[in-house]
Design a protein around this ligand. Structure first.
Ligand SMILES: Nc1nc2c(ncn2[C@@H]2O[C@H](COP(=O)(O)OP(=O)(O)OP(=O)(O)O)[C@@H](O)[C@H]2O)c(=O)[nH]1
Ligand SMILES: [Mg+2]
Length: 398
């Protein structure tokens, strides 16, 4: 995958901005020797925001920006002036991107609709200036709040394509050929296994200007769940599909056995996949005559709707589209919720192998975070004031 432009997995380090400190300041002016407290509040630290963008199709643009750091909030100033808010950082991702914690593998959130925005990491709140703490009994508070610290986290972004129908089959089953014959997509087709190395999407037009999206993913083989072939990582692209179209070529030795192997591999990956509606297509039927076809009908699994097709002659394709459309629009098949499974360690490490993680990107300029790492933070920040009575701002005792 290293040279590919289809990037569906990236690991990035994110840090929100820390809040600016509130100011401890006492007002001084000509003829106003004791003007009272006027320290302003610190600004909010920048958020790390995830935004879905339908014009993006892969995570390629994030591949070389592995460190995303939001700006820190500015400190408060005299005359009750507030500090500037830190700059937010927006991570634009394709619709259908899921976010996981890179250290634990836990699923965090996902964005699915264009323009949807989520705050991944909140910027620290700015501290309050001493102006806020003046009271009748303490008219000269000589303290101000510090800002809240930044939050940092390693996250994994995983793209799970949004398609209606996912093609599942062994290599060479004719998946790409079907996609190319019923949609305008131009996937690579050849008579050797693993021609398709990355998923392809195609829009299949149906009668009366209707259409649905079909995803062609690399072939899976027996043992894929243990990493054979290209493994099962591409199956995540059929996780969201409402319908899975299984494809088995007519020249297969034992159709029922092949179907069961595919089912087994799917279960290994995510048992939820078995809840989806399934349709079986016996491909390359131009190689069969009527007699053979009759014989084959007796061999196919009973519990699944089956169509005989040939992408080359067009046989059975309109029947297939009818079935797919009908199944897709059946309300009872709607996939309303689907559970993202947490990533396991094996998965995380394996995916990382595919990428060159050796590139360390140096901090962007303008981040004054040198002291940040040494800073210890007390969670009960509301009760902890930083006493700045020795501050230089103060010129005389009241
Ligand atoms: N006769 C005949 N050959 C077909 C048909 N569909 C596909 N083929 C041939 O089968 C071979 C494999 O087709 P692909 O579409 O590349 O198969 P695939 O399932 O995408 O394979 P991978 O990408 O390797 O997983 C090609 O040589 C196609 O020309 C068909 O309907 N009839
Ligand atoms: Mg293919």
């Amino acid at each position: 995958m290293a040279a590919s432009n289809f990037v569906d997995y990236v690991k990035i380090f994110c840090r929100s901005g820390k809040g600016g400190a509130g100011s401890m300041h006492l007002h001084r002016a000509k003829y106003v020797p004791k003007g009272g407290p006027d320290g302003g509040d610190g600004g909010r630290g920048g958020h790390i925001i995830l935004r879905a963008n339908r014009n993006l199709w892969t995570l390629l643009h994030l591949r070389y920006s592995r460190h995303i750091l939001a700006g820190n909030g500015g400190h408060g100033g005299p005359s009750r002036s507030s500090g500037k808010d830190g700059e937010d950082k927006i991570i634009e991702v394709p619709c259908g991107t899921a976010v996981f914690d890179a250290d634990t593998g836990e699923f965090l959130t996902e964005v699915t609709t264009d323009g949807q925005e989520l705050i991944l990491l909140k910027g620290g709140r700015g501290g309050l200036g001493n102006w806020n703490f003046r009271t009748a009994t303490n008219q000269t508070p000589r303290y101000a709040q510090p800002g809240e610290p930044a939050i940092e986290r390693n996250i994994i972004l995983e793209l799970k394509l949004l398609a209606d129908v996912g093609l599942v089959g062994f290599p060479n089953a004719g998946k790409s050929t079907l996609l190319s014959s019923i949609s305008a997509a131009k996937p690579k087709i050849a008579d050797y296994p693993f021609t398709t190395l990355e998923p392809n999407l195609g829009i299949v037009s149906y009668r009366d200007n209707l259409s649905f999206v079909m995803a062609d993913i690399p072939g899976i083989i027996e043992g894929a769940s243990e990493g054979r072939g290209l493994g099962l990582r591409f199956l995540r692209h059929v996780e969201r599909n409402a319908l899975l179209l299984f494809m088995i070529p007519a020249d297969a030795d034992d159709i029922r056995e092949q179907y069961n192997i595919l089912l087994r591999e799917l279960t290994e990956f995510n048992p939820d996949l078995l809840d989806k509606q399934r349709v079986l297509a016996i491909t390359k039927c131009d190689m069969l005559d009527e007699e053979l076809m009759e014989q084959m009908r007796r061999e196919i699994p009973e519990d699944i709707e089956t169509v005989f097709i040939s992408s080359i002659t067009g046989m059975g394709l309109s029947e297939l589209k009818d079935i797919l459309w009908r199944t897709l629009n059946d309300e009872s098949n709607r996939v309303l919720t689907f559970t993202h499974r947490d990533l396991d360690k094996h998965h995380r490490i394996k995916e990382e192998d595919d990428f060159d993680l050796g590139v360390e990107i140096v901090n962007r300029k303008g981040d004054d975070d040198e002291e940040y790492f040494e800073e210890e933070w007390d969670d009960e920040w509301d009760d902890e004031w930083e006493d700045e009575s020795d501050d230089n701002h103060r010129e005389e005792e009241w």
